[in-house]
Design a protein around this ligand. Structure first.
Ligand SMILES: [Zn+2]
Length: 391
């Protein structure tokens, strides 16, 4: 009993030391956020994302991390950074691509008002990267946690579904005791203990073109067929159980007097459970055309849901204890948005998400973070890493 109390007191002191370290180096973290935000990095612009990645690699070299570039042809290069040589690894996961095009800074200038830092990508999630790096520094530089090995994987294509980073995420996740995701926090700094699964599907209908006035019967309209498919897809929606289906974009046809030969739809699906994801996936695979002269091709699939399982709940409990050592309450939050945490959690790797910045306005014009919260978020993360590697 006495020993246990002493152990807790030692941990409490160490977490307080992390906090003091993170307070001392808070400006370093803020400068890094500014440096990353200045390099705009829309997922689909490889040259721009790579410029941001080069700056990030520079910050990682500054803290003497072992940096490996994971080169990509169709996306920005991903960055793997490793620090410490303890036997137990924790993976810090995040992305440096954003949803904002190059030039957005003119509309959303990087600026500090009071303790709020505004700008594209501050909250989602360049602020989170800075928190992860400050936490890694605290664990290694305070130097009381020899068991730790901190790997960081900063990817370039999360906002479009992580097609090129998925493999590396799972590979490095599987070598780790836990994956801690530095995506934006929920309201009041809450961590994210459940996320919906997201499906992205593309429907392409090929019909037969014809003159709409002279010989309409010789045509088979791709647009009309696609419309029937859309009505059917809407019938799969069940908002109460969290299954939503949004046909967010349709293209098709050429002119009003031409029976359309091609039509396409892009569909976003959200689900709470793996069972629903499987059911909807089967429904998409089973779609058939009503007009037999048209053909339908379906592409796409799911990023599975992050379910609030035992491993997630346990990580949340540990994080909550660390937060209470810092005099903070840590709540939990459930969201319809997906992240790479969905992938690692579905693979059975203990995952806690939403450990990044406190702020608001992800994907919105008022995107911002609270820079006063950076030190305690980083100290909490450092404490969490410590608890996990020493467990
Ligand atoms: Zn994000």
């Amino acid at each position: 009993m006495q020993g246990e109390r002493t152990g807790q007191a030692v941990m409490h002191d160490r977490i307080r030391e992390y906090e003091a370290f993170c307070e001392r180096h808070s400006d370093w973290a803020v400068t890094m956020v500014e440096g990353l935000v200045t390099r705009e990095s829309p997922t689909t612009d490889k040259a721009a994302v790579d410029r941001c990645g080069a700056a990030l690699a520079g910050y990682l070299n500054d803290i003497e991390a072992d940096v490996t570039l994971l080169p990509q042809d169709s996306a920005g290069d991903h960055l793997l950074a490793e620090l410490g040589d303890g036997p137990n690894q924790v993976l810090l996961l995040g992305h440096f691509d954003t949803v904002w095009p190059v030039g957005q800074l003119k509309r959303m200038p990087l600026q500090q008002k009071g303790h709020r830092l505004f700008g594209p990508g501050t909250f989602d999630m360049k602020g989170g990267i800075a928190i992860g790096m400050l936490a890694a520094r605290a664990v290694l530089e305070v130097g009381m946690t020899p068991a730790a090995r901190v790997a960081m994987l900063w990817t370039s294509d999360e906002e479009t579904g992580s097609a090129t980073s998925q493999q590396a995420i799972l590979q490095h996740g599987e070598r780790s005791k836990a994956v801690l995701v530095l995506e934006p926090s929920g309201p009041g700094g809450a961590v994210k203990t459940s996320r919906k699964g997201c499906g992205q599907f593309e429907l392409t209908v090929t019909g037969v073109s014809a003159h709409a006035g002279i010989e309409p019967d010789r045509g088979a309209s791709a647009v009309h067929e696609l419309a029937r498919q859309i009505v059917f897809l809407e019938s799969l929606q069940d908002v109460e159980s969290g299954v939503t289906i949004n046909v967010g974009r349709v293209d098709g046809g050429t002119r009003p007097n031409v029976v359309a030969e091609k039509a396409q739809a892009m569909v976003d699906v959200r689900v709470r459970t793996v069972a629903d994801a499987n059911r909807i996936e089967r429904a998409f695979a089973g779609l058939t055309t009503e007009d037999p002269r048209t053909q339908l091709q379906v592409n796409g699939g799911f990023r599975p849901p992050l379910e609030r399982n035992a491993a997630v709940r346990r990580l949340y409990e540990v994080a909550k204890q660390v937060a209470s050592d810092l005099g903070r309450d840590l709540s939990e939050f459930s969201t319809g948005g997906g992240s790479d945490g969905n992938l690692t959690s579905a693979r059975g790797i203990p995952t806690l998400d939403g450990l990044g910045a406190v702020g608001e306005g992800a994907h919105a014009l008022h995107e911002q973070i609270d820079i006063l919260a950076l030190p305690w978020r980083a100290a909490m993360l450092a404490g969490l890493i410590t608890r996990l590697v020493e467990d």
